[in-house]
Every structure is written in C-alpha cells, then in structure tokens.
Design a binder for this molecule. Structure first.
Ligand code: CP
Length: 332
C-alpha cells in the first residue's frame, strides 16, 4: 500500500505528476475523484492551513473529511507496545488505527516532536504506528517532515521560476523566541535538492545543521539530480546570487531537552531576520515561508509585502497539491 509519509518514498516523476495535476485542479477545482470516499484528519497539534485545505480539498473532490483533535475529540492514545497502560491514555493506537481504517479510506496525521529527546522524536512513532496498523494510506500532515508543504513550495517556485535545476536556493534559519520543529527545514532541503537546485543551508553554527538523515538524503539527490549542497554560516556569501530564499526557524538538535542552553545562541542571531538589505544581495530572488510567520522577527513587513514573496501562493498551493496527492492515492 502506498503511503505519503515522506517524499523520499516517491520518485521525482511521481511527484512531478502530482504537481502537474495540482495545476489542473487549480484551474478546475471540482472533480469526483474521492466520490464515496472519506478521510480522517487526526491532529495532535494546532493548524490553520493544513486543516482547512484538507477538509475543503476532500469536499471539492466529492469525499467526506472528518477532523479530530487527538485527546480532545478522541481518546488520548498510547503508542508504546507490550507495556501496561497505566498512564492517562485510554486507547492504544493498535485499536484506534484499525478502527479508523475500517471507517475511512485515508488518514492524515499531524504529530510534532516532543522536543525533549531527538533520538526518540526522530523515530516518528505516531505516524509510523498508524501506517503499521490502519490498513489504509496514511498522509503526513507534518511530523518530523512536512511533505505536503514541500509540494506546495515546489509548485510556487516552479510557477515563478520555471525550471528549477541549477537555481540557487538558500534555506536560511531565522530567529524565533521558541525552538521550533525542524520538519519544514528538513523538507525544504530535500525537495529543493530533489528538484536539482543548488542548495545553501545558512544557519548560525554547526549545531543548527539538520539531522544527518536529511543532510545525507539531500546530498544523494544533489548527486543524482545535478544540484549541490553547501553549508554556510555567512549571511553575505549565502545570499549572494540567490534565486530563491526560504526561511524557517528551528531548534538545534544537540540542545533537544536542554533549551535553556540554546537560548543565548539563538538570541545572539536575531540578525538572521530576512530583510530588504539581505534580499538586495540576491539575484532578484523570490522569498517564501511555510507560515505561520512572526512578522519583523523572521522576516520584515517589507519582505512579506513584496511582490517577490510567495508565501501566500505557497499556502494556496497546499489545497491544490493535496487534492492531486489524494487523487493519486485513490488510484492506488
Ligand atoms: N504550514 C502549515 O502547515 O500551516 P498550519 O500549521 O497552519 O497547518
């Protein structure tokens, strides 16, 4: 059975076919690809874009979407196997996943890291448990990667730049008062490399380099699809000649569970904000971010309001690419 847990499981050709169909769906939004089908959307974390775009997208394809806030609308779930359930969890994922799988044709899962122990978080236990037990395709709505955002980002870039191969893509860390998920950064890195871009990862120091699993995968894509990967801690050289700047904040992996020690480092790098001065160093680059974004912390008002800012187009694309993805999954 085909899941959509990570784009790494899908070929470039398959992803490009989804992007092409997303453009069809942008032009003609109403189809019946999901007629008599249903999708459960299980959220362990908040959402604006993901929830709205999936609910609406399923409806626009003739299906039914049911959104559940885990632990509020549904029972708190246990995931560890073979141990007495003596905590607050009333139900085990083994039953919950199988039951949902008897009702619906697809299940979307949003489950962020716990931010205490990266070695635990990187197992991605919640979504992998659903994939193991549900018996229906599982869609990643953001866990430790955000593959739907990857597709939306690539569509926005292709729509503005055309062919992406050989274009310089700068993935820049930005300041945020709290340590955030690495998911979108992992995904942006892999997607840009898979589509042949020359990727520069700009971050404060080596502690902000992303998990080796994703760095390695991006390196493999660069070798296979004609791009390259550069790590930089220098703002001027990273922005120089960039065609696309993509911003995200994330917590440094070595500090998971020890965030008080990371705080002085992140506080010392507030100047990583994306502003007009930095954008002027680029090759008339576009800018984007997955949203939500704290204005004048991650990017200035001027950057967010500029014509070169693709953030709203990228957010709109979530609707189109997810519909195309579900249509592809429905065909099997
Ligand atoms: N980008 C994104 O996933 O937005 P939400 O968190 O609002 O769903």
């Amino acid at each position: 059975m085909k899941h959509f847990l990570t784009t790494a499981d899908w070929t470039l050709e398959a992803l490009q076919a989804i992007l092409a169909d997303a453009e069809n769906l942008k032009r003609s939004p109403i189809r019946d690809d999901l007629k008599n089908k249903a999708m459960a959307l299980l959220f362990f974390n908040p959402s604006l874009r993901t929830r709205t775009s999936f609910e609406l997208g399923v409806q626009q394809l003739g299906g039914t979407a049911i959104a559940l806030n885990a632990g509020q609308d549904s029972w708190p779930l246990a995931f560890d196997e073979g141990v007495p359930m003596l905590g607050d969890e009333e139900e085990h994922v083994i039953e919950a996943a199988q039951v949902l799988g008897r009702y619906v044709d697809f299940i979307g899962i949003r489950s962020f890291p716990k931010f205490k122990n990266w070695q635990e978080d990187r197992k991605d236990q919640v979504i992998k448990s659903f994939a193991k037990y549900a018996g229906v395709p599982i869609v990643n709505m953001e866990t430790i990667t955000h593959p739907c955002q990857e597709l939306a980002m690539i569509k926005a870039l292709q729509d503005r730049h055309g062919e992406l191969k050989g274009k310089k893509f700068v993935l820049t860390w930005t300041y945020h008062p709290k340590p955030l998920n690495t998911a979108v950064a992992n995904s942006a890195l892999m997607a840009a490399a898979k589509f042949g871009m020359d990727v520069t990862l700009l971050c404060p120091n080596e502690n902000y380099i992303l998990d080796q699993r994703y760095m390695k995968k991006a390196g493999e894509y660069a070798a296979g699809f004609g791009g390259d990967i550069t790590i930089s801690h220098d703002i001027d050289s990273a922005y120089a000649g960039a065609d696309a700047v993509y911003a995200k904040s994330w917590g440094a992996i070595p500090y998971f569970g020890n965030w008080d020690e990371e705080r002085p480092i992140r506080d010392a790098h507030k100047h990583f904000i994306v502003d007009e001065e930095k954008m002027q160093k680029t090759n008339n680059a576009t800018f984007s971010h997955c949203l939500p974004l704290r204005r004048n912390v991650k990017a200035t008002d001027a950057v967010m309001n500029a014509d070169y800012c693709l953030a709203i187009e990228e957010a709109e694309n979530r609707l189109h690419v997810q519909k195309a993805l579900l249509s592809a999954l429905a065909k099997g």
